[in-house]
Design a protein around this ligand. Structure first.
Ligand SMILES: [Fe+2]
Ligand SMILES: [Fe+2]
Length: 280
């Protein structure tokens, strides 16, 4: 991961960061600078005057939004495979990841009763929950193609197929990457236990939030594996998050609202490799 991005994630997780320090780090990274300016001038933040300075853009976005942006940029620029794989749609996976990020954050706020925007760890954990798939595709493209082919042919899920071909899975690989990147332990746990939150040794709330966010994202988005269909009930979401029906309904409506705020980040998916259809 580019140093500037890991710096921003760590700086914005600490309390005593100043806008000037943040702007200084953003300016060191060209891609991040252009994205920060683009987002600050996007519809959500548009004021009468456009901003051309990074300091002003950082003030507009706030540190939590900046952290989300840094994490999103890190996924795209550091590990995103530049090629497409038959049967696998990266753009839909990007949609899935951003939707999971928003849903995990909403679930986390409801689970912990925390005020939104004070701690956005669940957003980043949700965004990165499936990053292990990108690592596998990037590092072992042939194996990844086999894993996807098995999922398409026999309607297996990625976990099962990864275990068969690699004797590990994307949650474990993703958590190892988060450790390498020196992301906070809370994020490592959110990524590692997004399929089995109750096994988390600590920080179980974030594991439950990301698990519920992943299920809700599956319910709301299209599938990124060709030919597969996801059928997730709200009861399953509630069970994962250990939330009541009315709380789940609130998470769903908060997620829909949150997705509108993330439209700029979602649009980055337009630059991803074009999916190839499976041969009949
Ligand atoms: Fe997953
Ligand atoms: Fe997922």
């Amino acid at each position: 991961m580019p140093i500037s991005i890991s710096k921003i994630i760590n700086m914005t997780t600490s309390e005593d960061v100043t806008i000037e320090k943040l702007a200084e780090v953003v300016l060191m990274d060209q891609t991040l600078t252009s994205r920060v300016l683009r987002l600050a001038n996007s519809v959500m933040y548009a004021r009468r005057q456009k901003t051309g300075t990074v300091t002003e853009a950082v003030i507009r976005l706030g540190s939590s939004q900046l952290r989300n942006l840094a994490a999103s940029a890190s996924v795209l620029d550091a590990v995103f495979p530049k090629k497409s794989f038959p049967g696998f749609d990266w753009k839909e996976m990007w949609n899935h990841s951003v939707t999971c990020a928003v849903a995990s954050q909403c679930a986390y706020s409801t689970i912990t009763g925390a005020i939104r925007n004070t701690d956005e760890s669940a957003f980043i954990a949700g965004l990165l929950h499936d990053v292990g798939k990108m690592v596998i595709a990037y590092a072992l493209p042939m194996k990844f193609a086999e894993i996807v082919a098995k999922c398409c042919a026999d309607d297996w899920d990625m976990n099962m197929s990864e275990k068969k071909f690699l004797a590990t899975d994307h949650a474990t690989v993703g958590a190892k990457l988060a450790t390498e990147w020196q992301l906070p332990e809370k994020l490592q746990i959110g990524i590692n236990y997004h399929h089995n939150p109750e096994a988390a040794p600590e920080e179980i709330e974030i594991a439950r939030a990301v698990c519920a966010g992943n299920l809700l994202a599956k319910r709301l988005s299209k599938c990124y594996i060709f030919g597969q269909n996801w059928d997730v009930s709200l009861d399953q979401v509630g069970e994962a998050a250990q939330l009541s029906k009315p709380d789940v309904a609130r998470v769903v409506s908060d997620t829909r609202e949150g997705l509108m705020r993330c439209s700029e980040i979602i649009s980055w998916g337009d630059n991803l490799p074009v999916p190839k259809k499976m041969a009949a």
